[in-house]
Design a protein around this ligand. Structure first.
Ligand SMILES: Nc1ncnc2c1ncn2[C@@H]1O[C@H](COP(=O)(O)OP(=O)(O)OP(=O)(O)O)[C@@H](O)[C@H]1O
Ligand SMILES: [Mg+2]
Length: 283
């Protein structure tokens, strides 16, 4: 079951969102709502439109049709900075760090515009503030603040991208597979941080993650995106890893059956044309 209408506790929601990229229909009719102070897990096959959904919510892309609401009020974000001003931050799946700049410089990147005093930050102060900020977030295992981010591991880069998003103290956080490149220890750090952001700072979080076990550890609710729609919407306490795995496996089985059907059809047409060729030879 999916919610069709904005509820009183929704901080961010979309109704009947469609998104086309030219001929590709990435989202068909999505109704999704993020409740105040919850962690909503978003799952779905590769190419099911998860990143597209997050990019629409963050102002990076605009929906082809449909409506978005912020605290129940219709809203249109024409840019990432418009969404940012409304308290929404995104951590991209394809990381947006700038190689050639240090960790500290990446944490502060682009902040000058809406944080006046930072304009006057010296490099020394910037390094110190970045160092303290990362420590406060509990992000350990990072090299010195002057290290070029090009030299960091995938997981370390993700941690910096997350820190950068958190620097503006968002009320809504959109996370696109932040732990994909991480080992168990780094993953645990991020999951713990995500939980603390909800519990201590009341941040509402939309969390895309292919690892269902990880997701069930932290999420309050799970949505499954399939064929451009939300097909499953359950509180984590009312579902299980088994149910979610079975949902996904049944989709793979259906895709395999379709594929096998196509192959059989293909094989038949090949053998038919083979038979025709043989008949022609005999003639
Ligand atoms: N900028 C774009 N231009 C054209 N097509 C796009 C663009 N971005 C995404 N698509 C297409 O839209 C569909 C949804 O892609 P999207 O990246 O949102 O999926 P996803 O669920 O995030 O996949 P993954 O799990 O692999 O990250 C795919 O068919 C993809 O090829
Ligand atoms: Mg994606």
């Amino acid at each position: 079951m999916t919610a069709d209408m904005t509820g009183p506790t929704d901080v961010l929601s979309v109704d009947h969102v469609q998104k086309r990229y030219g001929a590709v229909l990435a989202l068909r009719d999505v109704n999704l709502h993020l409740k105040d102070g919850e962690i909503l897990g978003l799952i779905g096959d590769n190419g099911s439109g998860k990143t597209t959904m997050l990019k629409i919510l963050s102002g990076f892309h605009q929906a082809t049709s449909g409506q978005m609401k912020l605290h129940g009020e219709p809203v249109v974000f024409r840019s990432v900075s418009a969404a940012r001003h409304a308290g929404i931050e995104i951590v991209y799946q394809d990381l947006a760090l700038v190689n050639g700049l240090s960790i500290a410089e990446n944490v502060f990147l682009g902040r000058e515009r809406y944080s006046g005093p930072l304009r006057t930050l010296t490099h020394r102060r910037m390094r110190k503030e970045a160092d303290e900020f990362l420590a406060r977030l509990g992000l350990a295992n990072l090299p010195g603040m002057t290290e070029d981010v090009a030299n960091l591991s995938g997981g370390q880069r993700q941690a910096i991208a997350l820190a950068r998003a958190l620097y503006s103290q968002p009320k809504i956080l959109l996370l696109d597979e932040p732990t994909a490149a991480m080992g168990p220890r780094e993953t645990a750090q991020i999951l713990d941080l995500v939980r603390r952001l909800r519990d201590e700072q009341h941040v509402s979080i939309l969390f895309v993650n292919h690892n269902y076990a990880q997701l069930l550890e932290v999420a309050d609710r799970v949505n499954l995106l399939r064929n451009g729609r939300i097909h499953f919407d359950k509180e984590v306490k009312d579902t299980s890893l088994e149910e979610i795995t079975e949902l996904v496996i049944s989709e793979v089985r259906r895709a395999l059956a379709r594929q096998t059907g196509l192959q059989v059809e293909g094989a038949q047409s090949t053998s038919l044309s083979g038979a025709t060729a043989l008949a022609q030879e005999v003639e």
